[in-house]
Structures are given as C-alpha cells and as structure tokens.
Write a protein that binds this ligand. Sequence first.
Ligand SMILES: [Zn+2]
Length: 174
Amino acid sequence: MKCPYCSHEESKVLDSRPVDDSASIRRRRECEKCSRRFTTYERMDHAPVMVVKRDGRREPFLRDKILQGLVRAAGKRPVSMDELERIVTEVEREVLNRGEHEINTQQIGALVMDHLRHLDDVAYVRFASEHRRFRDLDTLVEEAGIVKERRRQEEALRAQVPLITVDANTKQTK
Ligand SMILES: [Zn+2]
C-alpha cells in the first residue's frame, strides 16, 4: 500500500475495523518513511458467483436484480427501501459465504423469501408467487419422493402382513 504523500511502499497498520456489512475493512495506516497517516478501505475479494438460470444460462450475481424483484413485490406496502436493501445485503452475504461459484435462481429465491417472510406477508406472497414455477417444481420433486417412499413402505408392509397373519393363525389354531 503506497503512501499517498511520499509514495513509500511500507506502512504500518494502526487500526483495522470492519465497515458496516463486514464486506470491507477500514485500515488506519502510518507511513514508515514520512510518518504521515492515511486510511485505506479493503473490499473482500470474493470470486465472482454465477447465477444458473432456469434454462441453464449463467449470468453474474447482481444485487440490483434481487433488489428489483423485492421492490416489485413490496410495491405500495409499508416497507422501506432501507429494509429491502438490508435483505439484499443479507442475501448477498449468504450467497458469498456459501463459498461456491454457482447458485441457481431457485436457491436465491428461497434465501430472499426466508427474510421477506419476517418483513411483510403481502410482499412475501407476491414474491413467492413470482417464483411459483420453481417452487412447484420443487414441491413436485419432494412429493414424488414422499409418494415413492410411502409406496416402498406399503409394499414392505404388504410383504410382511401375510407372514404375521399366518403366524398368528397358526398360533391361534393350536
Ligand atoms: Zn510517506
């Protein structure tokens, strides 16, 4: 980090602290040559996260896109821009903290809904219905899994029942 006054390369850090959402760090530094002080801001350098869309196309993760969806959902509701921004910041942090390079739109939708649910019912329902297509597919897959499991259990039970009945009958007839 070059000193802004004398361009010397070495400086010592006097103080470091995270800024607001912890995505950046503010450092107070002192030049080791001229001893003048200056402040630097370092933004965490995350690898870019790509969003996998329904049709398989990928696009960079953009917080503005999430905000647009939220603004649409919260239209005419008693929800402030600050509250929506806060959700976007939270979601962005969660997406980056996953440490993965890709996330699909369905997963982002679920993260947003988790926060929106606590903020405003109407906005939540509006947002959820816009993501209905993904949710339905999700539900379908989940349902299919449950039905399959139930059928497996029923079949296993059916296979056992005659044995138990026969056994019980034999015991009773004796
Ligand atoms: Zn200096």
